[in-house]
Design a protein around this ligand. Structure first.
Ligand code: PMP
Length: 395
């Protein structure tokens, strides 16, 4: 074929591959210490607990678990998901919930359902790369909204909605990926007021809020009942139970979820029956909060080791976020540094981070980089950062 591009869908041929997924392949090298992926710590997975749920489901309902099932999700899992969203402060019934294969699929299905080519989608700048891919595949045009150390700036959001008339606004208000930034409660109210006054969709992505390392529990913006007809909340079991399970959900207006099911049928028919039944059984029989307590304590220790270590090895004049939860620290190197170049020296030195530039939809800052702190013990993190010290010194 002369030009492969002209034989492909316009957007598939132009949307870039995730740089994080590319690094993911390398991260299996046992000699490399990776701060790149947003992987929960495998050694803290409740393997026995989930294994018991799978065994139970096969024993009690084997044929059902092995059969095709509904597009919208199994009743048990929808009920469990509704209960979890309710527990996070967003009163939810099972009929307001649509089960997805991870929240990434939720983002993809919402993109397919809401976005036409050329529609504007407002995003934080930087934002989650794979969400940008999903919207990009539908031909979305991105516009950045100004953020500060407390997330999206309400006045900037209001102005951007008036100016760009976006089809949707995609936000990660709690322990954002990639910055780790969290929007405080007062600002959430201001942001809810803005959505209540405008005719645009809010897509609130909330995979991390239960990985909090302080007492402060952030209630999603979607908790405001004025937004029930215009907001979607994405949740997942990936960060609190297992990303390999691929179970997440979208909470949103029921008449739109019906349209979402067309996109789901066209994409995947349904989410795995056995995975949903096992997840629902697990949630019904496990005190997830109790299993999360030691994980939160360990992740907090790992975050502290990362912050302490970074303060020592980042060159003078660097800045970094100090997240109260989630998985990521976002740093900015001094003038003259380029993290996209340094990543190769870092890999040579036996450590990996993600350069920040691909997370931006406008004005990429080459001095930024993201460190995931949850996958490695404090000792391994220290070793990894020691390897990075000479890389940063050379600049
Ligand atoms: N949203 C955000 C902000 C994420 O960081 C991630 C995972 N990296 C996802 C969605 C997707 O998670 P999953 O599909 O595993 O639920």
């Amino acid at each position: 074929m002369d030009s492969v591009r002209s034989h492909l869908n316009e957007y598939v041929s132009t949307v870039g591959k995730s740089p994080i997924r590319a690094l993911f392949e390398l991260s299996f090298d046992p000699n490399l210490i990776s701060f790149a992926g947003g992987n929960p710590a495998s050694e803290l997975f409740d393997v026995d607990g989930l294994a018991k749920s799978f065994a139970h489901v096969m024993e009690i309902a084997g044929p059902r678990a092995m059969q095709y099932a509904s597009t919208d999700g199994e009743p048990e899992m929808r009920a469990a998901a509704a209960q979890r969203s309710t527990g996070m402060g967003v009163p939810t019934t099972a009929s307001q919930v649509f089960i997805t294969s991870g929240s990434q699929q939720g983002i993809g299905l919402l993109s397919q359902t809401l976005v036409n080519p050329g529609d504007v989608v407002l995003v934080e700048n930087p934002s989650f790369v794979s969400a940008l891919q999903a919207f990009g595949l539908q031909g979305a045009e991105f516009k950045p909204v100004d953020t500060d150390e407390a997330g999206v700036v309400p006045e900037a959001l209001d102005a951007a909605i008036r100016r760009w008339k976006p089809k949707a606004v995609y936000l990660i208000p709690t322990f954002q990926n990639p910055t780790g930034v969290t929007m405080p409660e007062s600002r959430r109210r201001a942001v809810a007021d803005i959505f209540a006054a405008h005719d645009t969709w809010l897509i609130e992505d909330d995979p991390y809020s239960e990985l909090r390392y302080t007492e402060d529990q952030q209630i999603p913006i979607c908790a405001d009942p004025r937004l029930d007809d215009r907001a979607f909340l994405l949740n997942t079991l990936s960060k609190v139970l297992s990303p390999g399970l691929r179970v997440g959900w979208v909470r949103g207006p029921e008449h739109i979820l019906e349209r979402l099911s067309v996109a789901k049928q066209a994409t995947a028919l349904q989410t795995s029956t056995i995975d949903q039944l096992a997840a629902a059984h697990y949630l019904a029989h496990t005190d997830l909060q109790a299993t999360l307590d030691p994980i939160r304590a360990e992740y907090a220790r790992r975050r502290d080791a990362m912050l302490t270590g970074l303060r020592e090895v980042l060159p003078p004049g660097s800045a970094m976020t100090e997240p109260a939860g989630g998985m990521f620290v976002w740093a900015r190197l001094p003038e003259g540094y380029d993290a996209s170049e340094l990543v190769y020296d870092a890999i040579e030195a036996g450590t990996m981070f993600v350069p920040g530039a691909p997370f931006y939809v406008a004005d990429p800052d080459p001095r930024t980089l993201r460190f995931s702190f949850v996958s490695n013990t404090p000792e391994v993190t220290r070793t990894g950062l020691e390897r990075l010290a000479p890389v940063f010194r050379r600049g």
